[in-house]
Write a protein that binds this ligand. Structure first.
Ligand SMILES: [Zn+2]
Length: 199
């Protein structure tokens, strides 16, 4: 398992949380634990949906779209969206199975929240997909092979987890803050915008 330590928070993000905590009731807690517990796991259902994810992964892999990563999104016992890795065929480094499935499902349903949905993925999510899953408010994740398994054939994301725990300037890709005050002003304007859509 990769490190589950939380990444350091940049000063601007801390400032943002401080402002929005006052300006938008409840927004500071958007990425905390879900308010309701998902239904108990049904092993037969779980295996059925994971087989569908595996089939997508197999087809994508054989088609040359990318690695063996397939994904289905399920709501109320039915598949409402699917995706598979298309990094190679679309030249998109973010086209992981989970991201593709989340995008497709949200677009189809005209809703940026997937609360009430469960996600099946053939491989344990990488940090990018895990973040997308949290942002989409998915209730539960089922995975096939682990991050450790994926690392044995070169899909090693432990490096990214290590990077997230380093100070910004010490990362392999350094992050440099520029025009922080001006940018923060824009954030404050957004917080005060009466017709903004909360997400
Ligand atoms: Zn991923």
């Amino acid at each position: 398992m990769p490190s589950t330590q939380f990444p350091r928070c940049s000063p601007s993000r801390r400032q943002w949380l401080a402002v929005t905590a006052f300006a938008i009731p409840g927004v500071a807690g958007v990425l905390t634990a879900a308010d309701t517990k998902p239904a108990p796991v049904d092993p037969a259902q779980a295996e059925k949906f994971m087989r569908q994810a595996l089939e997508l992964a197999r087809k994508g892999m054989e088609n040359g779209d990318g690695g063996p990563f397939g994904c289905v999104i399920v709501k109320d016992g039915a598949v409402i969206g699917e995706g598979w890795n298309r990094v190679v065929s679309t030249n998109d480094p973010t086209a992981h199975g989970e991201v593709v499935a989340i995008r497709e499902t949200c677009t189809k349903n005209k809703n940026f929240s997937l609360k009430g949905c469960e996600l099946y993925t053939t491989g344990e999510p990488c940090p990018m997909c895990l973040a997308a899953i949290y942002w989409a408010r998915i209730d539960r994740v089922y995975y096939g092979f682990s991050c450790k398994d994926a690392a044995t054939i070169g899909f090693d994301d432990s490096f990214i987890y290590e990077q997230m725990n380093k100070p910004l300037a010490a990362r392999t890709i350094p992050e440099v803050q520029v025009l922080g005050t001006e940018s923060f002003e824009l954030l404050k304007k957004y917080a005060a915008k009466p017709n903004r859509v909360k997400y």
